[in-house]
Ligand binder design. Sequence first.
Ligand SMILES: Cc1ncc(COP(=O)(O)O)c(C=O)c1O
Length: 400
Amino acid sequence: MIWYPYAQMKTLEPPIKIASAKGVHLYTEDGRDLIDSVSSWWSVIHGYNNSVINDAIKEQLDKFAHVMLGGLTHDAVQKLSEKLASWLPGDLNYCFFSDSGSVAVEVALKKALQFNTNRGSERSVILALEHAYHGDTFKAMEVGDDEDYHFAFGSSNEKKRGVIHIPTEISALEKAFETYGDKLSCFIVEPLLQGAGGMRMYDVSFLERARQLCDENDVLLIFDEVATGFGRTGNRFVADLVLPDILVLGKALTGGYIGHAVTVANKRVWDGFLSDDPTHALMHGPTFMGNALACSAALRSIELFEKGNYLERIRRIEEITRRELAGFTSEKIEEIRIMGGCVCIEVKDEKYLEGFRRYAFEHGVFSRPFLKYMYAMVPYVIEEPELVKILDVMKSWFND
Ligand SMILES: Cc1ncc(COP(=O)(O)O)c(C=O)c1O
């Protein structure tokens, strides 16, 4: 029996069975062709069954699939970490790999907390955002602020003693630093776009001010770019605009091929762990960290991103989305938000989206709205007619 995610198994609607996939198309076992508007949880940026990434994995597979990084290393992980170090902004050069975004967030938080204990500092409070989502493991849930996902684990006060949540407003940010500045170890954010918390978008000026305040108060700034990284906001990384001390990447890192993630630290954080004292080491080591197939896929995925003029593609996706939704409105809609390769139609009440998933399916689109949010985060290889079709289906739901 498969236990499916985020689902009450007693009432689960049977999932759609996929037989094959190519580009932005999912082909079902019973012969339907669905355009994917979700990119398999926002990860499959180059589309499905991409021959270039397929070949990279096959080449690596003929050598070996995996060796552990405890005492061993290999070409694919070395090349990927070198590539990330040169490709990422600033001195974000120190790559710790893990098998999922949630674990990579755990590693980022561990780093920030231990960075302080290593230097004999008592800072143990974490600053985070309201409506944040950073994954489903326990510490990631604590810095998250989304009771819609994590309601089963007690009241927020009980479980989040060491975490302060603030809205994305500069006044709240300044007040938090005024109150807790000397107790904070780090400030963790999904920069510019908060995904699972409702596709909420905010301005870069908030991050610029956060950077200043973190510097003034000796607090580490962590960008969780598991969702926003690799172009989703229209920027390659939000870290290109404002430089964090620790950057977390996942999802699209491997082009959505294999679960893998990386927590990248700057030199200051790295130096905070260099010591003759063995207890200052980072004690973490997922079995599959630096998996060779994942690293090969990631390397080729980055190459595709670089050579394929992706930022231009994403700009075009945004332009088409804005054009198609210009002036569109319905009394059921609260707000329409668009940023880069993400569009969200927030409705006034969840009930207005009941049945939309089925409706989209019947109109040849795979969609997975949640709560009050109907959204699309398409693979960047999408062609204009396919994107227009997705947007038409979203609009027609309100008109039909
Ligand atoms: C911003 C952010 N951080 C972390 C995660 C967790 O990643 P994973 O599902 O790979 O554990 C997600 C997943 O949606 C995410 O959106």
